[in-house]
Design a protein around this ligand. Sequence first.
Ligand code: ATP
Ligand code: MG
Length: 189
Amino acid sequence: MNTRKIKAGNRSQQATEERGVVILLTGNGKGKSSSAFGMAMRCLGYGLKVGIVQFIKGKQLSGEEIFIREKHPEVFFHQMATGFTWESEDREADIAAAEEAWAQAVKLLQDSSYHLVILDELTYMLSYKYLDEETILKALRERPEQQSVVITGRGGGEALREFADTVSEIQDIKHAFRAGVKARKGVDF
Ligand code: ATP
Ligand code: MG
């Protein structure tokens, strides 16, 4: 245990690069979007600029959305307007909505004043082939050097995993929902 701690310490001491990173939070377990919003909170603590694009419009208004819109209007917040929800059946409308949301993301990815860009549930746009993988990777590659990007969602494909600097896969061990517990305000949305 002690040896392990020392080793981890040494590794971080060797880190010398100062640049933004791409973080992919994936897997079937709960905790991807809430972790991304946790990083937004960290940035806000330091007065750093944050931009958020949500690629899926949840059925439920989320606490994060209320908090940002009401308490932090300086945060750029865009939610995919109409179109794709979990039950959508209109592919053309979904693609149009995805492209419109992506256009907002591109603006953030070209603006070096944003310290952190969150692309929440972006992976589904790749799995459903609503957005082009190479276009996304190119925009990430060409972003400002000091900008970090957090991408959340299940799946997303090998190329994105390969490209990201940090990849965490949250495992679904159990979820209260399957034991019949209703989604809770402040916990699930
Ligand atoms: P959170 O926003 O809570 O961090 P997430 O981003 O990891 O969750 P999503 O797939 O985006 O997960 O789903 C969001 C909603 O679905 C949340 O209300 C969450 O509690 C719920 N959820 C996430 N994973 C599971 C699961 N494995 N089983 C049931 N419900 C889940
Ligand atoms: Mg999520």
